[in-house]
Write a protein that binds this ligand. Structure first.
Ligand SMILES: NC(=O)C1=CN([C@@H]2O[C@H](COP(=O)(O)OP(=O)(O)OC[C@H]3O[C@@H](n4cnc5c(N)ncnc54)[C@H](O)[C@@H]3O)[C@@H](O)[C@H]2O)C=CC1
Ligand SMILES: O=C(O)[C@@H]1CCC=N1
Length: 295
């Protein structure tokens, strides 16, 4: 950033800043909704833009009363006037979007990327600018304030901008700062993709409950409460999951029988491999953007 350029006025607080979500999909909605529901900002401070899905923009406007510029001029203006630009498009669209953005981006702005795999260096290269970049890996639970976001900063993100970024993501959940950027791929494997593993488990639990004769509602509510209870037990008691599992497992009882079956299918190993694969895929997606491929 050049010394003469005014930097983002952080002291005014998040509510005074114009936030533009460049990409208006699930993740952008999760964060915008989280910020609004927690009263961190007002709908008039949030703009959400996409490529051409007008129905989606109308849906977001009707639901949250956010600004949804749709003409090319209005989109450009929204990007130019933003204090913070959230990069919220799919990795395959990132290169085109950044090449578009480079014409509007200004050193006073902060760029916050949500994009899996996309490195800070690639963002700086595509924007042809050295502006503050915060690379994050959030998850969709931000929608209800229970998100988990990994954060990494470019060198030009100063202390105030770091505090601001953390405040944004802490308002929609918890944050973990990673000093080594590569570790954001690990965060992607564990918590970025993580909600999907839990939903996968829940789908199987609900399905099995129904097959055993439970009605749909009971299978669903028993599964939800079990997952909620288990997560809260780990959090509230501070005990290790393995110890809590031991307490459920009576010798030669039902749980032991079930866990033995899971072990015979190497489920723990498969979950570990799935997390490694997600992290590896994040790196692949980053390399594709860097190499100019759409993946
Ligand atoms: N969905 C998730 O659970 C998570 C997603 N992410 C990351 O967030 C990013 C977005 O993911 P989703 O919200 O799931 O995707 P999505 O497909 O729901 O939304 C992508 C949005 O980007 C817009 N877009 C694409 N190119 C554009 C362009 N040139 N100009 C304007 N808008 C453009 C699309 O119109 C769409 O609104 C991805 O990079 C993903 O890696 C990160 C963490 C979790
Ligand atoms: O599946 C994906 O690529 C994105 C990144 C993490 C969660 N969803």
């Amino acid at each position: 950033m050049s010394a003469s350029e005014p930097s983002l006025s952080v002291n005014a607080g998040i509510s005074k800043l114009k936030l533009t979500f460049f990409g208006a999909g699930s993740m952008a909605e999760a964060i915008a909704r989280g910020l609004l529901e927690r009263g961190l900002t007002l709908p008039g401070q949030i703009s959400m833009i996409n490529r051409h899905n007008q129905d989606r923009l109308k849906e977001l406007h009707d639901r949250y009363h956010v600004i949804t510029p749709s003409t090319e001029e209005a989109k450009q203006q929204s990007l130019e006037e933003a204090d913070i630009i959230f990069l919220a498009m799919k990795p395959k669209d990132a290169q085109d979007a950044l090449l578009q953005l480079k014409h509007f981006v200004q050193p006073r702005q902060l760029v916050v990327s949500l994009i899996a795999g996309l490195s800070i260096r690639t963002i700086e290269q595509l924007l042809e600018a050295r502006i503050p970049v915060v690379r994050t890996m959030p998850n969709t639970s931000s929608t209800i304030g229970l998100g988990a976001t990994g954060i990494c900063y470019s060198d030009s993100v100063d202390g105030q901008l770091r505090t601001l970024s953390e405040e944004i993501f802490q308002s929609v959940g918890i944050t973990a700062i990673v000093e080594e950027e590569k570790l954001l791929d690990a965060v992607t494997g564990v918590s970025g993709s993580g909600p999907a593993y839990i939903y996968y488990l829940m789908e199987a639990m609900i399905d099995a409950g129904k097959k055993l004769g439970l009605d749909d509602e009971s299978a669903r509510t028993l599964t939800i409460q079990t997952v909620l209870g288990a997560a809260n037990m780990v959090k509230s008691t501070g005990e290790e999951p393995a110890e809590l599992r031991r307490k459920v497992t009576s010798p030669n009882g039902t749980t032991q029988a079930a866990i033995e079956l899971l072990n015979s299918h190497h489920v723990s190993e498969a979950i570990g491999k799935a997390i490694f694969r997600s992290a590896e895929r994040a790196a692949e997606l980053g390399a594709m953007i860097e190499g100019g491929s759409k993946g």
